[in-house]
Write a protein that binds this ligand. Structure first.
Ligand code: G6D
Length: 351
């Protein structure tokens, strides 16, 4: 399977390249060397009409001016780190604080802003791109030289897989994710409020007013956070549950995945018939329903608005360095950080 590439734009006089993966069912994924951004995913609907199912732009300037992490790999550490500092082996590390007094999504110039090396992958049964980046010791305040590899592959079974690998020469923190905003309506013609989300998760993290985990793990039962049987996003937007209100009416929460035999994560749009099934080896998924999307820009002709996309950020638990009962995101020199998330695209004729 072939990979096509072209110059997408320039940043600091350096070219940004795009890579497009296509399979034989009409699925197309385009990604950039800037932030490993997934700038587009195109797939047919139940009537065979191929449209974009993610929020993205066609120019670098729009990403720089407007993008709230659209499609980007986020790191060194996804999510918030309280106070923008942490201790490892009695050594205190101070990070760049890019959200008030806290550190968010890898800081001022996180992995989403970096230019990655890219190598296309063309195999019989799949095509892809391998991105690499060396995050130097002290970058954004993190310890250790961290070599990161992110691999995107698409096959003819309509499966798109993201694999992450990291190795360090000093103990550090690593928690990577992809921040794609999905909108299965096609070319963002509707919000995601009537998308059906199904999650095999019986617990989620309580957030405080700064959207940091309090450390409390709450049960989803009898709340709008119970997606085990699937329900629309609108339920959490219209709910009077304080956790839904706190995040700007909707969801912005880490859900602990139960890792049962059931399909872990599914997103379905009844009107278009498009569906994504997601499987991951990560302990959690942050569900963010675009509550903070502003209305001051357009996305390929669609006016930006709240709830125009939903992020399903598979990852470790946010701020785990300050919560010892959360799975750790520490990485030592004799370990390799590994994470895999697979997205399976399908279409249902909802006759
Ligand atoms: C807001 O709280 C949300 C984050 O979860 C999201 O990743 C970001 O916007 C883009 O800060």
């Amino acid at each position: 399977m072939k990979v096509s590439t072209k110059v997408f734009g320039e940043i600091n006089n350096q070219e940004v390249h795009s890579y497009t993966l296509k399979n034989n069912k009409g699925i197309e994924v385009t990604c950039l060397t800037y932030g490993c951004i997934i700038s587009d995913i195109r797939m047919p609907d139940s009537k065979g009409k191929t449209e974009s199912i993610v929020l993205g732009f066609d120019t670098i300037k729009e990403y720089q001016d407007y993008s709230p992490y659209f499609g980007a790999v986020v790191g060194r550490v996804a999510g918030r780190i309280k106070g923008g500092s942490f201790q490892l082996d009695n050594q205190t590390y101070d990070l760049n604080k890019n959200e008030g007094k806290n550190h968010l999504h890898g800081g001022l110039d996180g992995f989403d802003h970096k230019l990655w090396e890219a190598t296309p992958i063309e195999k019989e049964d799949c095509s892809g791109v391998e991105f690499t980046y060396l995050s130097k010791d002290g970058e954004e305040g993190y310890p250790g030289n961290l070599l990161v590899k992110v691999t995107y592959t698409l096959n003819n079974n309509d499966e798109f897989t993201i694999s992450y690998e990291g190795s360090t020469d000093q103990k550090t923190l690593v928690n990577l994710t992809n921040h794609t905003y999905f909108n299965l309506s096609g070319d963002a013609k509707r919000t995601v409020l009537d998308h059906i989300l199904k999650l095999q998760s019986s617990e989620f993290l309580e957030l405080d007013n700064d959207l940091l985990p309090t450390g409390e793990i709450l049960n989803v039962a009898d709340t709008p956070f119970d997606f085990r049987k699937g329900h629309n996003i609108r339920e959490g937007v219209e709910s009077d549950n304080l956790q839904n209100i706190l995040v700007g009416r909707g969801y912005d929460h880490p859900f602990l995945l139960d890792h049962t035999k059931e399909q872990q994560i599914s997103l379905y749009d009844p009107l278009s018939g498009r569906k994504i099934d997601i499987d991951t080896d990560q302990p959690a998924v942050v569900v963010y329903t675009g509550n903070q999307l502003t209305e001051d820009f357009e996305i390929r002709g669609s006016a930006s608005q709240k709830y125009l996309g939903i992020c399903l950020e598979t990852q470790g638990l946010p701020d785990s360095v300050h919560h010892k009962h959360f799975p750790s995101c520490e990485l030592t020199p004799n370990e390799t950080y590994k994470a895999v998330t697979k997205y399976k695209f399908s279409v249902y004729n909802n006759v």
